[in-house]
Write a protein that binds this ligand. Structure first.
Ligand SMILES: [Zn+2]
Length: 609
């Protein structure tokens, strides 16, 4: 397609800035102005492009033949450990094994391990609910418990070490949490089968934790028990870290486990880490697995306004509440600017979809193919992708005003009012950048209202000048969390490639097929502390916290949030994660066990450090 055609096409493809749904003339007018501006900008950039470039440099903005936006690893089947792998693949196909898998997972689901925000220190008796689970694990996985060394960390954290024969190799770290989100008393009647029944209906196993994350914990243990039954002895050490308060922040479990592992193994001591996260599913006509290679950060900002009190019969033009309201409007009329950045996890994901998913529109495909070298195409791709608000939210820093309070009495002027804005910070940004933007956003209003302005401990306005009241920005609910370091996922990133090949081998083996095309692997991003992973336009899981991996950043550069659960991110399987009717298909659970088995064997024989 010629550049000029592309420009023409752009005008038609613009998302319309809500013109279709908006009823106001103003927003229609804005949209038209915006369209004209964009088309003009595209025309200018196109004409400058043609004027300034010699003809032979034209290809930078065209599609190069054979360009591979999303190179795929080959299926990776264990070789050195091939005999054990083959034997286990056979075992996993049997009805006898399926029955064992139902028992193993069902028993764990039947032990309620709900965590709540207000449970206090681990010395509180309420935490003893984890003891029956520990006993259950010991009874159910006898070989694992006689071959692996178990340390209990901060009483309920489980740290298992399966010593390998070559201590020069960095261990593999597998993580899964023991706790589950609470079942609301008022929703119990909505469950098709009671939430802690572990009921198996012939296809799916029901109950809280059946997906999140007892399938992870029991899946790992089932794989290791089965490998031990087949006489497997690891060359490389395998470590399992299991926290017990992931759903309420991980400050007692994963945090203590991290300290223990740093003590014992040191920084950057693990070859890679796999924790819960996304799975795979069919999206836009292609089965795609999306290991999470990044997580957004978070920051909660309190905006507090104070002004003189008094009787409401003699009001000033603006009360604290009125001023706060204007400050909040200032937020909502100025969302963060969001751009798709080359090389970012969301960009990489869009590239993979463009390359491999037949259902992606041809225009988006073309934009993505050109976007690598052409800014205009990158912006065009962005326009199309951002029609989906969920995708846009994953790319950029977001803001949501979630809490507000002010005033005490109907006839008293409010001396103070405050609100809290929750930010989810883009993987391309930081806490500092988010703070700077918030500070600047409110500066002119603080000035207009003559408020003495302090933000995050620094005086922004002239501290000595007389003022009518104060405006204070501060962090609440902790100091915030930086976006996670992005795990390397390029062609040369050996751990990502090994994981990709493993996903393909497990997927294929479960279906008795071969080849490297049946399932595509794309890097993805956890949806900022919401435990979800982007698979293009869909979000799968939805925690309120990010995964326990936030405590494990120092242990390895290669952190993956992935559970090989079919259906997550696009399928039609029941999941009910964090809501009613959580259930897992036992077929999917057995496939997860295959995946953990294949991963341990592949890492064991790999040339990774
Ligand atoms: Zn979880």
């Amino acid at each position: 397609m010629l550049q000029a055609d592309l420009v023409e096409k752009k005008a038609d493809e613009l998302p319309g800035v809500n013109t279709r749904t908006s009823t106001t003339k103003l927003s229609k007018a804005k949209a038209i102005v915006f369209k004209i501006a964009l088309v003009t900008a595209l025309l200018i950039s196109a004409s400058t492009y043609f004027v300034n470039r010699p003809f032979n440099s034209f290809p930078v903005c065209t599609i190069k033949d054979g360009v591979d936006l999303c190179p795929q690893a080959d299926e990776l089947v264990p070789e050195k450990n091939g005999v054990i792998w083959e034997s286990l693949q056979h075992t996993y196909s049997t009805e006898v094994f399926k029955a064992r898998a139902i028992d193993w997972l069902g028993g764990a689901v039947r032990i309620p391990t709900e965590t709540f925000d207000d449970m206090g220190d681990v010395t509180e008796p309420v935490w003893e609910k984890f003891l029956p689970l520990h006993d259950y694990l010991k009874d159910s996985f006898p070989l694992l418990h006689s071959n692996l060394e178990l340390t209990k960390v901060n009483t309920y954290g489980l740290l298992y070490v399966w010593e390998g024969s070559d201590s020069a190799l960095k261990p593999l770290l597998l993580a899964a949490h023991q706790d589950v989100v609470p079942v609301l008393e008022t929703t119990i009647n909505e469950w098709q089968h009671p939430p802690f029944s572990g009921y198996f209906d012939g296809e799916s196993l029901w109950g809280r934790g059946s997906c999140d994350d007892k399938s992870g914990l029991i899946g790992i243990m089932s794989a290791i028990e089965s490998m031990l039954e087949n006489g497997f002895k690891p060359t490389r050490t395998v470590v399992i870290a299991s926290g017990f308060d992931e759903e309420v922040s991980g400050v007692r479990g994963a945090s203590s486990l991290a300290t223990e592992m740093l003590d014992r193994f040191g920084e950057n001591a693990f070859t890679m880490l796999l924790d819960e996260g996304s799975g795979y599913g069919e999206v836009y006509g292609r089965v795609i697995a999306v290991p999470g290679i990044a997580e957004k950060g978070t920051l909660n900002v309190r905006i507090k306004v104070t002004s003189p009190g008094g009787h409401s019969s003699l009001p000033p033009p603006h009360t604290s509440i009125g001023m706060l309201a204007e400050l909040l409007v200032q937020y909502e009329t100025n969302p963060f600017e969001v751009h798709l950045t080359r090389g970012s996890p969301t960009y990489r994901n869009a590239q993979c979809m463009a390359q491999h998913a037949p259902g992606v529109s041809s225009s988006l495909k073309e934009h993505m193919l050109r976007a690598e070298h052409c800014d205009g195409a990158l912006r065009a791709a962005e326009q199309e992708l951002f029609k989906n608000r969920a995708f846009m939210s994953l790319v950029g820093t977001t803001q949501a005003i979630d809490l507000v309070d002010g005033g005490v009495k109907v006839n008293a002027l409010p001396e103070q009012a405050w609100a809290i804005v929750n930010h989810r910070i883009s993987t391309e940004s930081s806490i500092a950048a988010t703070k700077v933007r918030d500070i600047e956003l409110l500066e002119s209003l603080a000035n207009d209202f003559n408020l003495s302005y302090t933000a995050f401990g620094s005086h922004i306005s002239n501290g000595d000048a007389p003022s009518y009241g104060t405006l204070t920005l501060s962090t609440v609910f902790g100091d915030g969390l930086e976006p996670a370091p992005v795990t390397p996922s390029g062609k040369d990133a050996a751990p990502f490639q090994l994981l990709s090949g493993t996903i393909k081998a497990a997927y294929n083996s479960h279906r008795n097929i071969s080849g490297s095309d049946a399932i595509i692997v794309s890097p993805g991003i956890m949806s900022g502390n919401t435990g979800g992973v982007l698979s293009m336009y869909r979000i799968s899981f939805g925690n309120d916290w990010d995964t326990d991996t936030r405590f494990y950043w120092k242990l390895t550069d290669h952190i993956f949030r992935y559970g090989h659960l079919g259906g997550a991110g696009g399928g039609s399987l029941p999941s009910g994660v964090h809501t009613v009717n959580e259930a897992i298909s036992i077929n999917s659970f057995v496939e997860m066990i295959r995946f953990y088995t294949t991963l341990v064997l592949n890492v064991d024989e790999s040339s990774l450090p």
